[in-house]
Structure formats: C-alpha cells, structure tokens
Design a protein around this ligand. Structure first.
Ligand code: SAM
Length: 488
C-alpha cells in the first residue's frame, strides 16, 4: 500500500491539524499524473461499484437500475459481480453513517471534500466498517482507485482518512458519534442503522415500540431475496419453484422465493410466464381480485398502473375470470412499460391523469396503488432513504386523497376500491383512509386481512385490521399498506 507522502499516516501523527489531514488534501487537483501510476490496474468490482455511487450522486441515477446494466457490460466473474453488488448497494444504503465517520476522520464536513474523492472514501469506509474485507485491502484498493484518476497527492489524502477510519470498528464509531440510547433512543437507532432521523421517526410512529423500530431498521439493511410471481394461467407457483429451485411463498399463492441466482436467466421469466415482484405487491393485486363485490360485471380498473407489476397480475386474474382491466398511467414512458408486461392479456392501457381519466363510472373493482414516498421499499432501493425528504409528503398525500376520491366516483355501488402504498407513513396510509371515510358516508371499510391471509395463515398475522400494514421484519415483504373500501 502506498503511504501517500509525508505526514499522511494518522497513526504517525504527522500532517494533521485538529485530528484531520492537511486542509489542502481532498480538493480537486489538476496536477499531471505520471503514466506509471495512471496505468496501474484497479479492482474491477470496486470500479463498477464506484461508477454506480458516482452516478447516484451526480446524475440522480437509481443504483438498482444502473448496476445490473454495468454488470452485464462488465467481464466480472460471478464472485466479483457479487462483490460489486454488495459494495454498491451497501455503500449507497449507509451514506449517512459513513459520512459522519468520514467527516470525523477527515476533520471537516463532507461537503468540503471533492465529490469524486468522497465517493471513494464512502466505498472504502463501507468496506472497513460494514464488511469482513480486511483493512489493508479496503484501503489499498481505494488508494488505487484515486491514484488512477487523480494522482498521488489525492491518493495520500484518501489513504490518511481511511487509515483513521480503520482505527475503530463500526460499533466504536457509533459509540463515539451517535446520540446515546439514554438521551435519544430513536436518534441512536437511526444513526446506527443508517437511516435519516425523520424516517426513523415515521417508522416509530407506525410501529409504536423501540424494539420493533430496531428490527424494522435492521431489516432495511438486509439484502432482500428475490420474489418471483408465477403468472396465473401460465405457470403455477409449485411448477415455478421446481424449475427455479426456489420455495413457494408464505402468503401469495403466486409467489416463489428465489434465495440465489439471477432471475433473468430463468426461461419462465424470459418467456413472460413469471416476473420479479415483491410478495407484498402481489398481495395487493390478490386482495383487489378477491374482495367480495356481489356479482362481478368484469369491469376492473388500475388507476395508477405504471410500470405494470400489479396490472400484469390483475390482468392474468381478469383473464381467468373473463373480466377486463383498464390500466391508467399519467406518464407516457411508464405506460409503455405497462404495454410490455400485459401483452396478450385483456388489458387496455390509457395514458391519462387518474383524477380525470375520462373513463365511464361503474367499475366492479378499482385499485389505487398510489404514488407515495416509497419508504416501504428502502431495502430494494439502496439510495432512496437519502433522497426523500419530509417536505415531499404533503403534496403526495393531497394527490393520494384526490385519486381515492376519484376511484370512489368510478366504482359502482357494492364494488370495491383497494388503496395501497409502498409506504408505512401514517400520513399516507391510515390518515388518507380516515379522511376519505370522514368525507363520504356512502363508503365503508372492509377487513382486508382475510383477503391476503390465504388458507394456511391466521388473519391476525396481519395485525388488528381492518387495514393491512406489511413489514420486512414481520412478513419478509416490502412495507406495503392496503385498505379495502366498499361503496354502499
Ligand atoms: C406506486 S406507482 C404504481 C406501481 C404499479 N401499480 C405497479 O405495480 O407496477 C404509482 C404510479 O402512479 C403514477 N401516477 C402519478 N400520478 C398519477 C396520476 N395523477 N394519475 C395516474 N397515475 C399517476 C406514477 O407515474 C407511477 O407510475
């Protein structure tokens, strides 16, 4: 490992002011690099992870969309692909914790560190604090990445900061930097499990106990296994489990858990008999298809349908039932994505605002899978927790209420509206339902639990009802919320 020049090793005590490296380090340098250092090969898995982190920071990229493309284009072997995935997603999830540690080790706020160097520091700090990768490998590969792009001076800065980070393990850094449990339990857990404080507050409001909050935050940090949906009428979950080597789901009759392997390599997925879909999302579509409506006239509606996961499942069920699904989506691009997944099904896609779709009332079943903060799928969207802000929520709540109100106008008496969010935020879930029920006495809420429990489960695994709030730590699903409303 290169030591990075005079005074860059914090354990030797030289070159640091107030516990941090020299002020000059970490700022962009245009100094020419010599060919020898520039050409030193860098680690392939870490390069891919770094590209993802950089695109997330600079271009607002989505890690879970970009990484699979970069992996396909790379020549990495399966082991290195796994490492790149762990490093890109793990680092993107842990940013708040990593930045606090880096700022302390560097002796300056991360906002004062060059963004490109900060990406490398985050990647290195993640390896040091949250993986079993040895500190020598974590530091030296980070130094190589910087040297290849920026030359020896900046590499020295990164070397110095990471060596300082490596002097404590994660728990010691948490002890040093997080609020104490005695003073601020939620603040402590938010820091330790790398969640913004406001999200930990929201989860605490919804869960009501510190023990459960800790379990929920920890579950967001676990890498979730892939859930497959077996499209009804095309393949059964039993068959899909057999050919994929997975296990049938606990709640959804169409779900298969795929603990390992690339779902894209399965013929059933390539041929459209199966898809990737969280079991919680499947249950929303299942509830919409199962809810009692008396005689079903076969007019079904999905009012917020893009990119089409639930529309594809509902469309398959509609096909088996002799029904037809109208799928509304405001975004042209996302409407095209729906078209791709409902090909051959009795589904018509409409590009329209769900609040004024122009569709005729009289639907038997309407699904409102509303645009929301997405706080329920943080484990599947690594960087999302650091992008969302509490200020995003009020406008979403307004839109959610307007969409349910319109859905209730479009449903016939005796028909049902299923309202769902991929968020456990009480403002987006129970408060929306309470407001709708208070405003319209022609609407009643139906117990959603028996609709999702399946034959083998007691409805009480979904709480006290009448709505269902799923959680990763309780149900191994995304934290989907669903409520079923019937027009009297
Ligand atoms: C949570 S996503 C729906 C996910 C979808 N049901 C699925 O399973 O794939 C919400 C969708 O609503 C769309 N949307 C947002 N505002 C809308 C509006 N006013 N009318 C209709 N769709 C809207 C968004 O573009 C987004 O595609």
């Amino acid at each position: 490992m290169t030591r990075g020049g005079r005074g860059s090793d914090p354990r030797r005590g030289g070159g640091f002011q107030r516990g941090g490296p020299q002020r000059g380090g970490g700022q962009r340098s245009d100094a020419p690099r010599d060919k020898k250092t520039r050409d030193k090969p860098v680690d392939g898995a870490r390069s891919v992870a770094l590209k993802v982190l950089r695109a997330v920071r600079k271009d607002d990229a989505y890690a879970n969309l970009l990484l699979p493309r970069l992996l396909r284009e790379s020549k990495l072997d399966p082991r290195d692909r796994g490492l790149a995935t762990e490093l890109a997603y793990g680092t993107a999830r842990s940013l708040g914790l990593l930045d606090a540690v880096i700022a302390s080790a560097a002796g300056r706020p991360v906002a004062d560190i060059d963004g490109d160097l900060l990406d490398v520091l985050r990647l290195g700090a993640y390896q040091l604090l949250r993986t079993r990768i040895g500190s020598h490998a974590a530091v030296s590969t980070s130094v190589d990445l910087v040297r290849a792009e920026h030359g020896t001076g900046q590499a020295g800065f990164v070397n110095a900061v990471l060596r300082k980070v490596s002097q404590r393990d994660e728990q010691l850094w948490i002890d040093a930097l997080a609020p104490s449990m005695a003073d601020d339990m939620i603040g402590h857990l938010a820091f330790a499990y790398a969640h913004p404080r406001w999200i930990a507050d929201v989860f605490a409001d919804s869960l009501g106990s510190i023990g459960e909050l800790q379990a929920a935050l920890a579950a967001d940090d676990d890498r979730p296994i892939v859930h497959l949906v077996a499209r009804p009428g095309q393949i059964t979950a039993e068959e899909l489990a057999l050919i994929s080597g997975g296990d049938e789901g606990r709640y959804s009759p169409y779900c298969v858990y795929l603990p390992e392997g690339d779902p894209g390599s399965l013929d059933a997925v390539r041929d459209g008999f199966a898809g990737v879909q969280d079991e919680g999302s499947q249950l929303v579509a299942v509830a919409a298809a199962r809810a009692g409506v008396g005689e079903d006239g076969g007019r079904w509606l999905d009012l917020c349908a893009g990119p089409g996961g639930k529309a594809a499942l509902l469309g398959s069920l509609a096909d088996l039932d002799g029904a037809h699904l109208d799928a509304v989506e405001v975004s042209d691009h996302r409407a095209k994505l729906i078209e791709n997944v409902v090909d051959g099904l009795p589904v018509t896609v409409h590009v329209a605002d769900g609040r004024e779709s122009g569709l005729e009332p009289g639907y038997d079943r309407v699904l409102v899978d509303a645009p929301c903060s997405g706080l329920g799928s943080l484990r599947r969207r690594p960087e999302a927790r650091w992008r969302r802000t509490p200020e995003d929520v009020p406008a979403l709540v307004e839109l959610q209420k307007e969409l349910v109100t319109e859905a209730l106008r479009l449903v016939r008496p005796g028909g049902v509206v299923v309202y769902s969010t991929c968020s456990p935020h009480p403002a987006e879930t129970t408060a929306v339902i309470d407001a709708v029920l208070a405003a319209d006495d022609s609407v009643e809420q139906v117990d959603a639990r028996p609709l999702v429990a399946g034959a083998d489960n007691d409805a009480s695994v979904f709480g006290v009802g009448p709505h269902v709030q799923l959680w990763p730590h309780r149900h191994d699903t995304d934290a989907m919320f669903l409520a079923v409303l019937r027009k009297k």
